[in-house]
Design a protein around this ligand. Structure first.
Ligand code: PRX
Length: 635
C-alpha cells in the first residue's frame, strides 16, 4: 500500500493532510493492512484530553509478539532478526534468526510462567545490552506481563524505587556487565536494591561476565539451565488493544520518576509505521540504533519497530571508545550497516577525536543517519554529515519523548530536504502547536513558543503508573485540550520545527533526562548540606552538564571543600547513578529567591553559563545581595 512507505515530498504532504483530516480512517487503513490481529477493533479512536482518556483500536485483540515473530516465520524464518555485537571485538558476533528468536522468546516466556508470572504482572528487567534483554522484553509481551526495563546504569536505590513503584514480582538480571575494559557487578546492585523490595519473589540471573556472585536460596536462580529445560513454544496471550505493554520510567521535574505506561495496539502500529518511513528500511538492510534498550529509543527502535517490520536490528553491547574511538565505524564496515541511529552526545565525543578513526573504515553502506535525544548543534551536524554520511546520507534529526512512544517530528530521508539543527516537519498524523505563555496558540510561521500536540497519536503514553492525576497535571493542564511536551520550539519561514530545549526543570545531560528535584533531594541528604539548587550549563560533549549551588549548614562550614565535592557526587552516584553527577559544585551562602521563596533558576543558569550581561531586574528578589557573591565566585 502506498501510504505505508512515503517516497516523495508531494506524497508526504498528501498523506499528511489525509492523516490530519481523517485520522481515524487513515490509521484504520494502516492498521488493517500491515498487522496481525486476533480480532479487529470496534472503534478506531476514543479520546478526551480533559480526563485524559485515550483509546486506540478499541476492543481489538492481538499479541505484539505475533507481529514481531510468528508472522515472519514462513517468509523470514532464517533471516537474522538480531545481530549481537559484543563489547569485545574479539568475541564473535551472534546472528539470531527469526526462528531462533521465536524459540528463545518462547522458552523464556515459559520460564516466567513457571515462576508464577501471569498476564498483568510486572517484571523488572535490569540487564546489559545482551540478547537476553530483548528476549526478556518479548517474553513478557508474549504472556501479557508488563515489562519495566531499568537502564543498567542506575544505582541500587534508583532500581529499588522503580521496582517498588510498579510492584515487580520478578527481576531478570545478569552476574555482571561489560563496559569497555571494565566490568560492573550488576547482581550486587540488584542484591542491594532488593533489601528494600519485599515484593520480589524471584531473581533470574544470566551468566555474562562469569564473576562470582551471591545466590540467595529460594529467590535467585541461574537462567540458562531453566531455559534449556523449557518448552520451545509458548502460546501468545491474547491482549486487548489497551492492555499495558510496558512501563518505562522517566524523570520528572519534581518528585519520583514517572512510570509511563504504553499499551499494545497503538504503540505497535505507530512504532512500526514510523520505523519503516523514518529509516526507509528495505528488506535486505542492516539497521543499527546505538541506544540502550533501557531507554525508549531502544524499546521502540531496537526491539519493537524493527522486528514488527521483519528487519535485521543490531544490538551493541559496547561503548564508542573501546577498544578505541573507531569502534562505531568498525562495526558499520563489518556489518555493512545501512541505517545508523545515534545521539548527538556520541557524535560530539567522536568528533573531538582524530579523523583517522573514521577514515580507516569503509562507510559506503550507510544510507540514512539519525540522531535523537537532544538538540544537535550545527557543528556536530556538519561533522556527521561530512565525515560519516560523506554528504550522501540524509540526517534524520528525530524529535520525540519517552511519553510519545515514537518519533513525532522528523525528516523522512530522501523525501524531506534537511536543514542542520531542524527536526523539520511533523510525522504523519502528528499535529504540533506552539503556545504563548498565556496559553494561546501562536499561528503562522517564523514564531517561537512552547511545543504542544493537539490531537492524539496511537503510541502516546496512556497514564503514569499508579498516578493518573500526575499524568493529567503534567501533560494536559498547562494548555487546555493539548498535550504539553515540556519543550520549546520555533517554526521557521517554511514551517520547519527546531527544538530549542526544555522549558521545565528537566535537564538533558548526554541525552539523558534528569530532573533537578531528585538530584537536589539527594544532595540535601548529605549531613553538611542545608540546601542546594541545580542548573544546566553548556558542555561541548554532553550538551549540558550539571552545576550545583550548595549552601552548607553551619556545622559543614569547617569541612574541606574538595572532600565535600567528592562526597556529594558519591552520594548522587549511590542514589541515582553516575549519569547524574555534578561537573561543578559552588558553595554559596544563599541562592536567589523570589519573595514567595521560589529559587530563581534563570539567574543561576546565566551565572553557570557565564552569560551575566543581562540578568534582568534582580531588585525584586528576596535576597538580591547574594547574586554578586555567587557571580564573584563562579566556577
Ligand atoms: O527535550 C527533548 C529531547 O529529549 C526529551 C525527551 O527525552 P526522553 O524522554 O529521554 O526521550 C529521548 C528519546 C526519544 C525531549 O522532550 N529531545 C529528544 N529528541 C530531540 C530532543 N531535543 C531536540 N532534538 C531532538 N531530536
Amino acid at each position: 500500500m502506498s501510504n505505508y512507505h512515503i517516497k516523495h515530498l508531494e506524497e508526504y504532504f498528501q498523506v499528511y493532510r489525509k492523516s490530519v483530516r481523517e485520522p481515524e480512517s487513515f490509521w484504520e487503513e494502516i492498521a488493517e493492512e500491515h498487522f496481525v490481529w486476533r480480532k479487529k477493533w470496534d472503534n478506531v479512536l476514543d479520546w478526551d484530553f480533559t480526563k485524559p482518556e485515550i483509546k486506540w483500536f478499541k476492543n481489538a485483540k492481538l499479541n505484539i509478539t505475533e507481529n514481531c515473530l510468528d508472522r515472519h516465520l514462513p517468509t523470514r524464518g532464517d533471516k537474522t532478526a538480531i545481530l549481537f555485537e559484543p563489547n569485545d571485538p574479539e568475541e564473535q558476533t551472534e546472528h539470531i534468526t527469526y526462528k531462533q528468536l521465536h524459540e528463545r522468546v518462547s522458552r523464556m516466556a515459559n520460564v516466567f510462567k513457571d515462576h508464577g508470572v501471569q498476564k498483568g504482572d510486572r517484571v523488572c528487567i535490569y540487564l546489559p545490552m545482551i540478547p537476553e534483554l530483548a528476549v526478556a522484553v518479548l517474553a513478557c509481551a508474549r504472556i501479557g506481563a508488563i515489562h519495566s526495563v531499568v537502564f543498567a546504569g542506575f544505582s541500587a536505590i534508583a532500581l529499588a524505587t522503580r521496582i517498588n513503584d510498579s510492584d515487580c514480582k520478578l527481576v531478570v538480571t545478569s552476574d555482571g556487565s561489560y563496559r569497555g575494559n571494565k566490568t560492573i557487578n550488576l547482581k550486587g546492585i540488584v542484591d542491594a536494591a532488593l533489601e528494600d523490595c519485599p515484593g520480589v519473589e524471584h531473581v533470574l540471573v544470566v551468566k555474562r561476565t562469569g564473576e562470582s556472585i551471591d545466590i540467595k536460596k529460594g529467590r535467585d536462580k541461574w537462567l540458562q539451565p531453566l531455559l534449556d529445560k523449557a518448552y520451545a513454544d509458548c502460546n501468545a496471550e491474547i491482549m486487548d488493544a489497551e492492555d499495558p505493554l510496558f512501563i518505562l520510567y522517566t524523570s520528572g521535574s519534581t518528585g519520583k520518576p514517572k512510570g509511563m505506561v504504553h499499551t499494545c495496539a497503538g504503540y505497535m502500529v505507530y512504532t512500526a509505521y514510523t520505523f519503516k518511513n523514518v529509516f526507509q528500511y528495505k528488506e535486505e538492510d542492516v539497521y543499527w540504533c546505538t541506544a540502550d534498550i533501557g531507554w525508549i529509543t531502544g524499546h521502540s527502535y531496537i526491539v519493537y519497530g524493527p522486528l514488527i517490520n521483519g528487519a535485521t536490528t543490531v544490538m551493541f553491547e559496547g561503548v564508542p571508545s573501546y577498544p578505541d574511538y573507531g569502534r562505531f565505524w568498525e562495526v558499520v564496515e563489518k556489518h555493512k550497516i545501512n541505517q545508523f541511529y545515534t545521539a548527538p552526545t556520541a557524535i560530539r565525543a567522536l568528533a573531538k577525536e582524530n579523523l583517522s578513526y573514521v577514515e580507516k573504515y569503509d562507510l559506503s553502506s550507510l544510507r540514512v543517519l539519525g540522531t535523537v535525544g537532544e538538540p544537535i548543534n550545527e557543528e556536530a551536524w556538519h561533522w556527521y554529515n561530512n565525515n560519516i554520511g560523506q554528504k550522501q546520507s540524509p540526517i534524520v534529526d528525530t524529535w520525540w519523548q519517552t511519553e510519545t512512544g515514537g518519533i513525532m517530528i522528523s525528516p523522512i530521508p530522501y523525501v524531506t530536504p534537511t536543514t542542520p539543527t531542524y527536526a523539520t516537519l511533523p510525522f504523519i498524523g502528528i499535529q504540533p502547536a506552539l503556545m504563548d505563555e498565556q496559553g494561546k496558540e501562536i499561528k503562522g510561521n517564523q514564531v517561537e513558543g512552547r511545543l504542544c500536540i493537539k490531537f492524539p497519536w496511537p503510541s502516546m503514553a496512556r497514564t503514569i503508573w499508579g498516578d493518573h492525576d500526575r499524568y493529567r497535571d503534567t501533560y494536559f493542564t498547562a494548555y487546555q485540550n493539548n498535550y504539553f511536551t515540556g519543550d520549546g520550539a520555533l517554526r521557521d519561514a517554511v514551517g520547519y520545527y527546531r527544538i530549542t530545549g526544555r522549558v521545565d526543570d528537566v535537564i538533558i545531560v548526554s541525552g539523558h533526562n534528569l530532573g533537578t528535584a531528585p538530584i537536589e533531594d539527594s544532595i540535601n541528604e548529605h549531613p553538611a548540606v542545608a540546601e542546594s539548587a541545580i542548573v544546566g550549563f553548556p558542555h561541548d560533549v554532553k550538551g549540558n552538564a550539571l552545576y550545583g549551588f550548595v549552601i552548607l549548614k553551619e556545622t559543614g562550614e569547617s569541612r574541606d571543600r574538595d572532600n565535600l565535592r567528592k562526597e556529594i557526587n558519591q552520594q548522587i552516584t549511590e542514589q541515582i547513578g553516575p549519569i547524574a553527577k555534578l561537573d561543578k559544585i559552588q558553595f554559596v551562602s544563599g541562592v536567589p529567591k523570589t519573595r514567595s521563596g521560589k529559587i530563581m533558576r534563570r539567574i543561576l543558569r546565566k551565572i553557570a553559563g557565564k552569560d551575566t550581561e543581562n540578568l534582568g531586574d534582580i531588585s525584586t528578589l528576596l535576597n538580591p545581595e547574594v547574586v554578586k557573591e555567587i557571580m564573584d565566585n563562579a566556577l
